[in-house]
Structure formats: structure tokens, C-alpha cells
Design a protein around this ligand. Structure first.
Ligand code: ADP
Length: 504
């Protein structure tokens, strides 16, 4: 008996997705998973808002549907723009277009301030996605099997699908997966916004949207999705405890049977030292340890040009980098408190931070301290190209995060032969193998410190700097780090297992 291969049909919904829009890891993963899925027979589409920076991807001919959406008392006109993904024509991208809501200079904020109407914006986005599903069924008899939601911005869709529009034929049997990329962002808003939801007040109860008197979008996703995932196994455990659970730990442990941790992987097209379009010298590791030396030669050329550009002296010094949102989550206080020690190392530091609203004075202090040193440079910018060059040109990479759902930069750095120095938490713990003496040299890929303290941080920096002079061991660590498999395909296969389970 022959059976036609039936691809499962998946809609990935996110508030950001690379290469269209990105502010962090969410964008990387939501953008690259659909492409990875295509190679393992998941028919996937992507739905995102149409931001100002996305206009270059669309034109008038791409208009697919138009709806009037009830939004409190208003009727708001929303358009769906449909294109083929520029990197893979098997993938359909649906943009939700409503210029007053999304055509702005930022995604979530501007000049350091969150947009005041973010609740309204993502409620409307969520409603538009549900209308799109209904429209696809009415017009084309097309139904997705699975809708995959990401973070609070899309979490409400699970409520609309499961309990508000559940009588719609289009939504029957639709399975909902909800991924938490960072539990610190919950979408909690004052109850004043409730009318924008256009739903009954019966949902304003503790086992639905109510959260300490506010409305919590993320709760909808946690309670009503069929499966919850987080982006690393350790983080899926940590968020069930008080320290990392941000007041949702009890709810999450209640749901632990449907909660899974799947480690993020790397999009090989954009992050690969062999083909990276942002670097001038390319390199590649193979199974011969000698190939490390070739890699290091190229890395030094990239490093030298960074030293010239940033006016850093001592070409023989190792380069230590960090690329991140300027957010306390990332361990900035450890770095700030150890500036003096860092300034004494035989090494140069370049930090690339994207500004994060609330920390203006801390930012200024941070720059002041850096300016007093000769070997620490700080750039406040979101700069994709520089991020790639810093990853390729560096010898060590700092990621002392207080908590870290997965973290991508420590993985990128290992792939590019820059050894990460990380706090033992979340995805950092799951991806970096600690160097603990020469016996570990056959496996170790970086340095992991246990206690979140300035002392532990400085101690491990000392250890890394000492080891840097032991070329034999250091090169082995680079060899281990570069040879590990961080492919997104592994991640995609894990998700596929879960999807299959849901469809059984
Ligand atoms: P998070 O999602 O918490 O911001 P991740 O490590 O998961 O952290 O992902 C961060 C992503 O954003 C990486 O691709 C990183 O290179 C990118 N990124 C962060 N800050 C900057 C910056 N200042 N300039 C360019 N890219 C950045």
C-alpha cells in the first residue's frame, strides 16, 4: 500500500523574525526555524507584523486579504500581505499590515521608551492572525495543523483559538504550541486595556488572564496551549522555581507535563565562519587539530583590523568581546564591578550593546569607566555587521548572564573559535563544557563559573587568561568548540517530534 506523504502544515507566529526584523534571539529562531522545517517535510508559513523596515520586501501586488477588526469600539482595517520567503520559496510569509500600529521607527520602543499602546498593538495582531486562519479556510479550504506561538506578543492567540472562536470550523483541531523565549517578558498590563480584547469578562479570572489584578498575556499561552516549550532543557526546569519563575513558577510546575526544553540551534547560512558575508577572511575547522592554527591566523587578521579601527594597542593581546542587549539580565553588574581588574589584563575588550531604555544613567557610568581605561571600548549600537566581525575576531567571549533562557552568542562564539566565559545557568550551562583542568581538555569548549559573584567572575577570567598562554591546551579547546554540532536541524527535529505527538 502506498500512501502519499502528507506534510504537516505549520504556522509560525512571532512579533519578529530574521531577516525581516530582529531585536534578539527570538528573531533569530522564529526566522530560521521555518527554513529548517522545510528540509524535514514540515510545510511551514510565517506570520509577523509589517514594520516600517519591512516595506522593501513587499509591493501592492502582494495584498492577500483585508479585514475590519473590532477593537474595543473601533473597526480597524487590517491587510494581510502575502509573499514567498526571499530565501526559500516553499515558505509563505504573511505580514499583518496596519500602519498606525506597526509602521514606526522601532518594533516595541523608540528613544528608550516602550510604545504606550503595545498591548493594543499585539492584541490587534493576535486578532488578525485568527481572522487570517478563518479566511484561509473559507476561501481555500486550507487548514493548518499546528500554530506555533512565541512569547507574550502572540500568546493571546491561544485564547482566541481555544475559547473565543472555538466554534469556527477553521480552528477545530488546530493544535497550539507556545514557546517561551524569555519569561521575564510577560505582557502584563493594567486591566484598563481589557475592552481592547473584545472578550467576555469571564476570562478575567486567575486560571485565565488575571494576574495580581493585571491582565497577563503570557498566562493565556501557558494555560491554553497544548504544549509549552522553552529554549533549553535547564531553563525549562529553572522557571519552575521561585528564583527564575518571575511569579509564574507555580503555574509552570503545575503544567510541567506539557512543558519541554528544546535547545536553540544556529542558522548556518548567517552564522558560519566559512561563508560569513560580514567578514573578510574566512576559515573552517576539520578533523585535523592542525586546522586550528589556520583558523587562528585568519582570526588574527580580523582582530588586527578591529584593533586599528578601535585604536587599541598591543596587537599580540587577545581580544575579548561581548554582544548583547544592555540589560541587567546579561550580567552587566559583574562587568561594571570588575572594570578595574579588566583594565589590568593583557587583553583588549570590545563591548557591543544595543540600548535598552531604562538604564540611561547606568549606561553613562559604564561609558565613563570604560573611557578611563586604555583597553576597553564600548559601542552602543545595534550593528549586525560588527557583531559578526567581533565574534570572528575575538579570542574569548563574555556571557556572565544572571539568567539565560538559551543564549545564542555563546554558541556563535564557539562556532567561530572564540572561547566563551559563562555563568552556569540556563542554556549557557547546557551548551558550554567547562575547562576544569587538563584532564577535561579533550571535551572542554569554554569556561563556566558557578556563583553569580564578582569574585567567581574575576577568578575565571584569571584562569582563562593564564590558559591563553598555554597554546597546546588553548588550541584543543578551540578545536572542541568549533567541531561541535550546533545545527538548527537538530532543534527542528526535536520540535517535529513534539508536533507529531500532538497530531497523533
Ligand atoms: P536575547 O534574545 O536575550 O537578546 P540571545 O543571545 O538569545 O539573547 O540573542 C541575541 C541576538 O541578538 C544575537 O543574534 C546577537 O548577535 C544579537 N544582538 C544582541 N545585541 C546586539 C547588538 N548590539 N548588535 C547586533 N546584534 C546584537
Amino acid at each position: 500500500k502506498f500512501r502519499a506523504i502528507v506534510f504537516m502544515k505549520l504556522l509560525m507566529v512571532s512579533s519578529e523574525a530574521f531577516p525581516f526584523s530582529k531585536t534578539g534571539g527570538l528573531g533569530d529562531i522564529a526566522g530560521s526555524l521555518p527554513i529548517a522545517f522545510d528540509s524535514i517535510k514540515i510545510n511551514s508559513s510565517l506570520a509577523i507584523p509589517l514594520y516600517k523596515e519591512n516595506y522593501k520586501f513587499v509591493n501592492k501586488k502582494n495584498l492577500f486579504a483585508k479585514f475590519k477588526i473590532k477593537h474595543n469600539k473601533d473597526d480597524i482595517e487590517v491587510e494581510i500581505i502575502k509573499i514567498k520567503h526571499p530565501e526559500n520559496s516553499n515558505i509563505t510569509v504573511y505580514f499583518v499590515k496596519q500602519d498606525n500600529f506597526f509602521k514606526r521607527n522601532g518594533l516595541y520602543s523608540e528613544n528608550g521608551k516602550d510604545y504606550k499602546d503595545n498591548a493594543s498593538r499585539f492584541i490587534l495582531f493576535s486578532k488578525a492572525i485568527v481572522q487570517l486562519l478563518i479566511h484561509l479556510y473559507k476561501k481555500e479550504k486550507f487548514k493548518f495543523d499546528i500554530i506555533h506561538l512565541n512569547d507574550w506578543q502572540t500568546a493571546l492567540i491561544s485564547l482566541y483559538v481555544k475559547e473565543v472562536y472555538n466554534n469556527e470550523e477553521a480552528l477545530k483541531n488546530l493544535k497550539v504550541v507556545f514557546t517561551i523565549h524569555n519569561l521575564a517578558y510577560q505582557g502584563n498590563f493594567s486591566v484598563d486595556i481589557y475592552n481592547l480584547l473584545n472578550i467576555s469578562w469571564k476570562f478575567f479570572v486567575y486560571n485565565r488572564l488575571e494576574f495580581y489584578g493585571d491582565v497577563s498575556f503570557i498566562k493565556a499561552g501557558i494555560i491554553l496551549s497544548d504544549i509549552i516549550t522553552t529554549v533549553s532543557p535547564s531553563y525549562s526546569k529553572e522557571i519552575q522555581s521561585e528564583g527564575y519563575g518571575f511569579r509564574l513558577n507555580n503555574l509552570l510546575s503545575e503544567k510541567s507535563e506539557k512543558l519541554f526544553g528544546i535547545l536553540n540551534g544556529v542558522n548556518d547560512k548567517s552564522w558560519n565562519p566559512k561563508t560569513d558575508k560580514y567578514i573578510k577572511y574566512h576559515y573552517e575547522i576539520n578533523s585535523n587539530i592542525k586546522s586550528v592554527e589556520e583558523c587562528i591566523k585568519k582570526k588574527k587578521l580580523i582582530r588586527n583590523s578591529l584593533y586599528r579601527e578601535f585604536n587599541l594597542k598591543n596587537n599580540s593581546f587577545p581580544l575579548i568581546t561581548m554582544i548583547s542587549r544592555f540589560d541587567p539580565q546579561k550580567g552587566l553588574d559583574l562587568i561594571y564591578s570588575s572594570f578595574f581588574e579588566l583594565s589590568t589584563y593583557d587583553g583588549n575588550f570590545i563591548f557591543l550593546f544595543s540600548k535598552d531604555n531604562y538604564f540611561k544613567t547606568f549606561e553613562e557610568d559604564f561609558i565613563k569607566r570604560a573611557n578611563r581605561t586604555k583597553n576597553i571600548k564600548v559601542v552602543f549600537e545595534f550593528d549586525e555587521a560588527l557583531a559578526h566581525r567581533l565574534t570572528a575576531g575575538s579570542d574569548m567571549y563574555l556571557m556572565p548572564s544572571k539568567f539565560e533562557p538559551c543564549g545564542l552568542n555563546q554558541i556563535y562564539s564557539m562556532k567561530y573559535g572564540s572561547l566563551p566565559i559563562v555563568h552556569s545557568v540556563g542554556g549557557l550551562k547546557d551548551t558550554v563544557i567547562n575547562y576544569s583542568g587538563n584532564k577535561s581538555a579533550n571535551k572542554a569548549t569554554g569556561f563556566v563559573f558557578n556563583n553569580y559573584s564578582v569574585k567567581d567572575f574575576v577568578d575565571i577570567m584569571d584562569l582563562a587568561f593564564n590558559l591563553y598562554n598555554n597554546k597546546n591546551i588553548w588550541n584543543k579547546l578551540i578545536y572542541n568548540a568549533m567541531n561541535k554540532d550546533y545545527s538548527l536541524l537538530k532543534t527542528a527535529l526535536e520540535y517535529k517530534k513534539l508536533y507529531k505527538r500532538l497530531l497523533k
